[in-house]
Design a protein around this ligand. Structure first.
Ligand code: SF4
Ligand code: SF4
Length: 93
């Protein structure tokens, strides 16, 4: 135990559910949410936040700048609605 804690912020509406962050994380901190975001994707979220070692691989490799990590006095998972992207209009008769 390093004694260091981290805050992970996910900008949920930017996430396209590609899973890169999940596969890059050496501590299996991240997982797909069961809920979908405004873009229609299962966004990632920090399921095991207390295991985070702050390596920032998730932040560095995310192609959409949808996740970032900062030192914190205690482990914290924050899911932010970053931008309201309207759903595509439904077909109308
Ligand atoms: S900072 Fe490292 S350990 Fe923490 S969630 Fe991201 S990839 Fe995983
Ligand atoms: S946070 Fe980024 S890397 Fe992770 S699933 Fe979403 S878009 Fe992909």
């Amino acid at each position: 135990m390093s004694g260091r804690s981290f805050k992970i912020v996910v900008l949920m509406d930017r996430c396209k559910g590609c899973g890169i962050c999940i596969s890059m994380c050496p501590k299996k901190v991240l997982e797909f949410s069961k809920e979908i975001n405004n873009m229609g994707y299962n966004y990632t979220y920090p399921k095991n936040i207390e295991n985070c070692i702050g390596c920032k691989f998730c932040e560095i490799y995310c192609p959409d700048f949808a996740i970032y990590v900062k030192p914190s006095d205690q482990p914290k998972a924050i899911i932010k609605v970053s931008q309201r992207i309207p759903r595509p209009p439904q077909e109308q008769e």
